[in-house]
Design a protein around this ligand. Structure first.
Ligand code: 1GP
Length: 251
């Protein structure tokens, strides 16, 4: 499958800025107005990309929220789905994910078959992404919902071999995930090992609460840093700018 417009834009921006700052908006925890406000604030203060997603169990407002966001925000707005039912119109693209670190067929192929038909019907851009859950201390929602065992935090070679397999299967992005609100972020060794072994675009997120933690992960080879939970508590333009400055090593 050819690289689409949004993926090409992200790749070009990574080249230009060194790494990208993504803000994750969770429609589960924000109402329409709060979601829009957070998106605009992120854009005004240095974010490069808006991800929308969560483990939401059913949100009929999502298409309306995305449409509103697209009227105010020029950044790519990309769906980060928890399952096939969240494939809805309006996004610039979606991360078409496979939970490769797990052994649950639902998240290895079943959701993809259901979601794939919707993606084609909507003519939606999909970015083939290997999703890996890394142990981050406390049990996370994604671990519970996906019913998978995370990769041990002290075994970076395990995530590396999953990244290699995913790259050989044609996936272009890999998401090294600690889980939303994680106690500890993904250890840098996981990022460094995947960086050395593959040419994949590396996204990492979960439990990143300060710019320094983000910068260290960029230095280890991460291309996109995702922060979400932090902005539910603080809507701080200064902190957003500090994150952007720590992540952008060029431009
Ligand atoms: C979750 O990686 C993202 O899927 C972001 O995590 O909410 O902990 O920032 P946080």
């Amino acid at each position: 499958m050819k690289i689409g417009k949004t993926e090409a834009r992200l790749n070009a921006e990574i080249e230009r800025r060194g790494a990208l700052f993504a803000v994750l908006l969770d429609p589960d925890t924000s109402d329409d107005e709060a979601l829009l406000k957070s998106g605009v604030l992120a854009q005004e203060n240095g974010a490069d990309l808006i991800l929308v997603g969560g483990s939401f169990m059913g949100n009929f407002n999502l298409p309306r929220q995305v449409a509103a966001l697209k009227t105010k925000v020029d950044l790519p707005v990309v769906l980060f789905p928890g399952g096939a039912s969240q494939v809805v119109p309006g996004f610039d693209a979606m991360l078409f994910m496979t939970l490769v670190s797990g052994r649950n067929p639902s998240y290895l192929i079943e959701e993809q078959v259901r979601g794939g038909a919707l993606v084609r019907a909507l003519n939606m851009e999909a970015i083939p992404t290997a999703y890996q859950l890394i142990n981050s201390g406390r049990r996370t929602t994604v671990e519970y919902v996906s019913n998978t065992t995370p990769i041990p935090a002290d075994k970076p070679k395990l995530s590396m071999v999953h990244s290699i397999a995913a790259e050989l299967m044609g996936m272009r992005y890999v998401y090294l995930e600690a889980g939303s609100g994680a106690e500890n972020p993904v250890p840098v060794e996981h990022i460094a090992y995947t960086r050395k072994a593959t040419e994949m675009t590396i996204i990492t997120g979960g439990g990143i609460k300060d710019p320094q933690t983000a910068a260290i992960r960029v230095a280890a080879g991460a291309d996109i840093i995702v922060t979400g939970t932090l902005w539910e508590k603080v809507q701080d333009p200064v902190l957003l700018k500090e994150f952007a400055a720590a992540i952008h090593t060029k431009g």
